[in-house]
Design a protein around this ligand. Structure first.
Ligand code: ZN
Length: 290
């Protein structure tokens, strides 16, 4: 029997991811500009208070943006996963038609809410990290400046040696962009971390919504996409996995896949639901020993 396998294409989220990253970069620049004003007044107490106040306002706006972004982006990618499922299972003639009828079922509704909340919490942790680091560094640099001024017994900016000023500027400049350590102990720059977070959460929403919709439609299997990956994912390309523990056959369980190999952060693999693994195209069946 001829295969009617409709493979889910990889969603491209570059635009959404870039929008969020750009907002973070803009805020970072604004914070660095705020920090630079401290040198103009030689770290006067009142100026420090004003700068800290402004930085908090910048971060508050950023949090607001991040919350709205997470809500819209996760909803969008989950909807896309549901539409892709309806199309893959031949429940809609085109992907376009599938998008029109895609709705959140009773498993996907709480799932989407949970991923949105999770993404918002992770983004909040990023801004809290920036807030903490900048305030600590401002205090440290202010102490150095005060010490130098006292030692030289002179008031005024010229008391600061140029070399030291440059060094302190660099210290302050990098404070806002200092490394973020994730739960696995890896260190990230703000931009790469935010980008990874945005992309990973959007793909997670897509993947989980796909699985849930597939199960709701009575489908227990999925095929992992193939794009010629060269990392650990490569051995999973084209593999059939079972969405539930009671799915007949001896397929790896979706929830038990090793996350350091497949569906890791920044992973670009997606999953296509299939009703009958025995009706997959010959090359995929061969790959799975079906
Ligand atoms: Zn991958």
């Amino acid at each position: 029997m001829a295969s009617n396998f409709r493979e889910v294409s990889r969603p491209i989220y570059d635009y959404d991811v870039k929008r969020l990253v750009r907002e973070y970069e803009k805020s970072l620049k604004a914070i660095q500009a705020e920090l630079n004003t401290l040198f103009l007044t030689d770290f006067e107490r009142a100026q420090i208070v004003a700068v800290e106040h402004n930085i908090r306002a910048i971060l508050r706006d950023l949090n607001k943006y991040g919350n709205a972004w997470a809500s819209a982006a996760i909803t969008k990618s989950a909807t896309e996963g549901i539409a892709a499922t309806l199309y893959a299972l031949h429940l809609a003639p085109t992907l376009e038609e599938a998008r029109k009828i895609a709705t959140f079922n009773s498993i996907n509704k709480p799932l989407v809410e949970a991923i949105i909340a999770d993404t918002q919490a992770d983004l909040l942790a990023v801004t809290q990290n920036v807030d903490r680091r900048t305030r600590a560094t401002v205090r440290q640099v202010a102490a150095v400046v005060l010490r130098e001024k006292t030692a030289q017994g002179i008031n005024g900016t010229q008391s600061l040696q140029r070399a030291m000023t440059r060094q302190l500027r660099e210290k302050l400049g990098s404070a806002a962009d200092s490394a973020i350590v994730d739960s696995a102990g890896r260190k990230w720059k703000l931009k790469t971390y935010t980008e990874m977070l945005a992309r990973t959460k959007m793909l997670e929403a897509h993947k989980e919504a796909t699985r849930n919709e597939a199960i709701a439609q009575g489908t227990q299997y999925g095929v992992i996409s193939r794009h010629g990956a060269t990392d650990a994912c490569s051995k999973w390309e084209g593999k059939v996995v079972a969405f539930t523990y009671d799915a007949p056959g001896n397929y790896p369980i979706f929830d038990e896949l090793p996350r350091n190999e497949i569906f890791h952060p920044n992973c670009k693999h997606v999953i296509t639901p299939v009703r009958r693994p025995d009706r997959l195209p010959a090359d995929i069946r061969e790959l799975n020993g079906i």
